[in-house]
Design a protein around this ligand. Structure first.
Ligand code: CTP
Ligand SMILES: C[C@](O)(CO)[C@H](O)COP(=O)(O)O
Length: 230
């Protein structure tokens, strides 16, 4: 229990890695898979239960890495065809009143970042990490013409973990199912859309990268070297 709350965490690991070219969760970084690195990072004392979403083709290998070899205290739950379906399936397996959702491909999350979103979700109901944008983001139409620019002072680049009161997240997913998932981008938007609860955004960390393409591995290796030096 943390501040009288039971905290559940979901790590979404059921993606196909299309942009990466293979299942990036099985790539080794500094001697362990990205999957194991992220899951270990999420197992902080405040997290009472940890759910890892899997896919049928990876169930055996994930079970071997996380449970048979590393003996990590996690439950494996089937994910879905889209990230939000995986998060929703994970949510059904949670029993805490605060739920943290994290991308399996963000292995450099730290306890400090996890605690920030948990504290803020307890206080505000919905919270996520982000980095203030250092670039000007253009909105472009289908013909390749600029429609406008986002005001940089108010543009942040979203990260996970995101954390919520479970009742808000559950109600949002129920509404999203009824709405055939018309308006899903991430969990914080979903909660805002369906419960009008605005997420508090908190500064993440430049190293809390999402491994999306093979190029991200170079950055990841630099982060590991930097972490090893400090
Ligand atoms: N159906 C899905 C899709 C994604 N994810 C997970 O959500 C995280 C963020 O997704 P992303 O990086 O976009 O991964 P992929 O969906 O695998 O990538 P792509 O879109 O290139 O296929 C990853 O840990 C991924 O495994 C998931 O659990 N279920
Ligand atoms: C929640 C998220 O990490 C937002 O940064 C999301 O998973 C991003 O997925 P995308 O498909 O790379 O936009």
């Amino acid at each position: 229990m943390y501040r009288d709350h039971k905290v559940s965490a979901i790590v979404t690991c059921s993606g196909k890695g299309t942009r990466f070219g293979s299942n990036k969760l099985l790539v080794e970084l500094g001697g362990i898979t990205i999957l194991e690195r992220t899951v270990r990072a999420m197992l902080v004392p405040a997290v009472d239960e940890l759910i890892v979403t899997i896919s049928s083709e990876n169930e055996e290998v994930y079970r071997r890495i996380l449970i048979d070899d590393a003996a990590l205290p996690v439950s494996l739950v089937p994910g879905g065809a889209e990230r939000h379906i995986s998060a929703m399936n994970g949510l059904e397996a949670t029993t805490g009143d605060i739920v943290v959702v994290h991308d399996g491909v963000r292995p450099f999350v730290t306890e400090d970042l996890i605690m920030k979103v948990i504290d803020s979700a307890i206080d505000h109901g919905s919270a996520m990490l982000g980095m203030p944008s250092t670039v000007q983001v253009k909105l472009v139409d289908d013909e390749g013409f600029i429609q406008g620019s986002l005001d940089r002072e108010h543009s942040w680049l979203g990260q996970t973990p995101q954390a919520f009161r479970r009742d808000l997240l559950r109600a949002s997913y129920e509404s999203a199912v009824a709405d055939r998932y018309q308006r899903v981008s991430d969990d914080a938007d979903l909660v805002h859309e369906y419960t009008s609860t605005r997420a508090r955004i908190l500064p993440g960390h430049v190293n809390n990268i999402k491994i999306t393409t093979p190029q991200d591995l170079g950055t990841a290796r630099l982060i590991i070297e930097e972490n090893d030096r400090t």
